[in-house]
Design a protein around this ligand. Structure first.
Ligand SMILES: [Zn+2]
Length: 195
């Protein structure tokens, strides 16, 4: 089905980047005009990570599709571009929602998983059970991993908006949670990954 999404027009423009198409073009000066940007990893020179990137992008059997929130894409320290440069089979889509027509990989209704915590209405397969599941046992070679990159608030919005489409072919997978661990939920953790 190739329905045109009525909300599509309201969304910000969607761009697709991949390790194959990404080009190293010079970055325009920042507003201050002072901070120099690495033309390869697109990070400010003092935090350039080129020395840590593999000489050749890494080949993986699992294909990775990342929905990269437009706000996140404006951050110079975003880690998604680094991942896309590191993995040969990683594709970044800048947008707020996965839908038909946005990704040639997902349009094939692949054997896919997406990583996000469960809710009452959307249960998730614990990642520790993934190896034993049909997803890996029978079709592992074709597996596609979908990830959402944004703040927790944005990621929740992106998952909610994408599930109509994703649920046709993808399984929600969550990380194992230690019930005995104390502290707040993962939603209010400021987990130091960023921000
Ligand atoms: Zn660099």
């Amino acid at each position: 089905m190739q329905g045109i999404d009525p909300e599509a027009k309201e969304e910000e423009p969607t761009h697709q980047l991949s390790v194959h198409s990404a080009t190293c073009k010079p970055e325009p000066p920042t507003r201050s005009g002072r901070r120099s940007i690495c033309s390869n990893c697109s990070r400010p020179l003092p935090v350039c990570l080129c020395h840590a990137l593999p000489a050749q992008p890494i080949q993986t059997t699992t294909r990775v599709v990342i929905l990269h929130h437009p706000h996140e894409a404006q951050h110079k320290l975003s880690t998604t571009p680094i991942l896309a440069k590191t993995l040969i089979n990683a594709t970044t889509i800048i947008g707020r929602r996965l839908r038909p027509g946005i990704s040639p990989v997902l349009d094939q209704s692949p054997n896919a998983i997406y990583l996000f915590p469960p809710t009452h209405t959307s249960p998730a397969l614990n990642v520790s059970h993934l190896q034993a599941s049909d997803l890996i046992r029978d079709k592992g070679k074709d597996l596609v991993l979908v990830a959402f990159d944004g703040t927790w608030k944005h990621a929740k919005e992106m998952v909610k908006a994408s599930e109509d489409f994703l649920s046709r072919f993808a399984t929600r997978v969550c990380l194992e949670i230690d019930e005995n661990a104390s502290g707040g939920s993962i939603y209010d953790s400021d987990l130091i990954l960023r921000k």
